[in-house]
Design a protein around this ligand. Structure first.
Ligand code: ADP
Length: 242
């Protein structure tokens, strides 16, 4: 009876979490749809002969449609992970090289933070989906930028050991409060501070990182460190004899 009860609890929890996901997704889509409807009405009433209003409406509709497209793509990605139908195109590459590339791209775009790299002395080979791993790194680095005040340092680290390739992104930002930390990789989870700050984002970035890393047989964690937070991704290392 205990085993069956435990199983029912798990099924119940999975069902509730699916319902929550659907309801959160609908909620997130409702805002851009309302904005698009609002601008369509505005155009209908006043915009037809006013080029400025027309341009404003076109820009807003375009930007909301882009946001909706991004959200739908993220949802589809997560749904594929749930169905075990995520497409992973694995090749052999050096994780350090990819991290260095992302760091270089980021430094070109963001001049307000300080960036450091701590690479392992030799290459850190992995057998993984290059595009996906790059996307994960970008999510982590973008978050560090979003949640770290200007002038703060962001450190990328890649190292190998114990059969794992480890990659971490550490920042000097606001950190994550203890209650939020266990939920940080959940879908649509955002801490109160970031919601209040309106930093944008869908709250799906870290859920996508987790799904992608799990699909590679890896794991990811977040921990507060003095003066910031450190996200770590661990992937199975590619053995050199392969
Ligand atoms: P979002 O689109 O809101 O950034 P994520 O899934 O990427 O969604 O992150 C979820 C939440 O985790 C964020 O809203 C923020 O509250 C918190 N978070 C993520 N990265 C950091 C960080 N480097 N420092 C502090 N909080 C963070």
């Amino acid at each position: 009876a205990q085993a069956i009860n435990a199983m029912l609890d798990r099924i119940n929890e999975a069902y509730r979490s699916q319902m929550r996901f659907v309801s959160d997704a609908s909620h997130e889509l409702r805002t851009p749809i309302s904005v698009i409807q609002g601008y369509a009405n505005l155009l209908d009433r006043w915009g037809k002969d006013d080029p400025d209003t027309m341009q404003e409406a076109i820009d807003a509709i375009r930007s909301e449609a882009d946001a909706m497209k991004e959200l739908v793509e993220q949802l589809l990605f997560l749904a594929r992970g749930d169905n075990d139908s995520m497409h992973i195109d694995q090749t052999d590459f050096d994780l350090t090289e990819v991290a260095a590339q992302v760091l270089k791209e980021t430094e070109m775009i963001d001049q307000t933070h300080l960036f450091s790299a701590q690479w392992s002395t030799g290459p850190v080979p992995v057998h993984a989906d290059l595009g996906l791993i790059k996307q994960c790194l970008r999510v982590l680095v973008d978050n560090s930028i979003k949640y770290t005040p200007a002038g703060g340092r962001i450190t990328l680290r890649v190292e190998a050991g114990g059969g794992l390739a480890r990659l971490s992104v550490q920042d000097e930002g606001q950190g994550i409060d203890a209650e939020s930390l266990p939920h940080i990789f959940d879908r649509f989870f955002r801490t109160d501070q970031s919601r209040a700050r309106q930093t944008g984002g869908t709250g799906l970035g870290l859920a996508i990182v987790r799904a992608a890393v799990l699909a590679h047989g890896g794991s990811c964690t977040a921990e507060n460190i003095p003066g910031g937070v450190r996200f770590q991704v661990r992937l199975p290392a590619l053995q050199s004899e392969r």
